[in-house]
Design a protein around this ligand. Structure first.
Ligand code: GTP
Ligand code: MG
Length: 139
């Protein structure tokens, strides 16, 4: 079985969509291994988003992610990495398919960063790296 790192981003918390998003994760049959709500530190975010450093949306992204509490989750299940990315939908909520978290619940706002409710690890290597950042105590 496989594990992934999911973030319910600050817009999901502020819009009271935690329950709706968790419902979709649980309804799919994935297990919740760890879950914590907190405001991310600058260290966690620079490490989490290292691959995007230097891109024009990097600073707005880090500012948004650190602006208010988020919920970090370790979920597990067969093919959960790909499966959660599929549940989440495309990065841009305008083009994300209906039926997905971003397609059903997200939309674009006139903001310097795309606020799209959730993050999910994109590979087993990313999942291991990101779980170590957010939950160093979870093996
Ligand atoms: P995550 O699961 O959040 O990592 O989304 P992703 O893998 O679909 O997107 P990616 O890792 O490429 O980008 C990380 C985050 O940066 C996205 O979720 C958006 O919030 C933001 N972002 C990505 N691309 C753009 C862009 O072209 N413009 C803007 N403004 N924001 C972007
Ligand atoms: Mg990504």
């Amino acid at each position: 079985t496989e594990r992934t790192l999911i973030l319910l981003k600050p817009d999901a918390v502020q819009r009271s969509l935690r329950g709706e998003i968790l419902r979709r994760i649980e309804a799919k049959g994935y297990g919740i291994v760890a879950l914590a709500q907190r405001t991310a530190t600058a260290e966690e975010l620079s490490s989490h988003y290292a691959e995007h450093e230097g891109k024009p949306f990097y600073q707005p992204l880090v500012d948004y992610m650190g602006s208010a509490p988020l919920v970090a989750i370790v979920a597990e299940g067969e093919k959960v990495i790909e499966g959660f990315r599929s549940l989440a939908g495309a990065t841009n909520p305008t083009s994300a398919a209906p039926g997905t978290i971003r397609g059903d619940l997200g939309r674009e706002w006139d903001l310097p960063v795309i606020q799209n409710l959730v993050h999910g690890s994109d590979s087993p290597e990313s999942a291991a790296r990101e779980i170590a950042i957010w939950f160093p105590e979870v093996g």
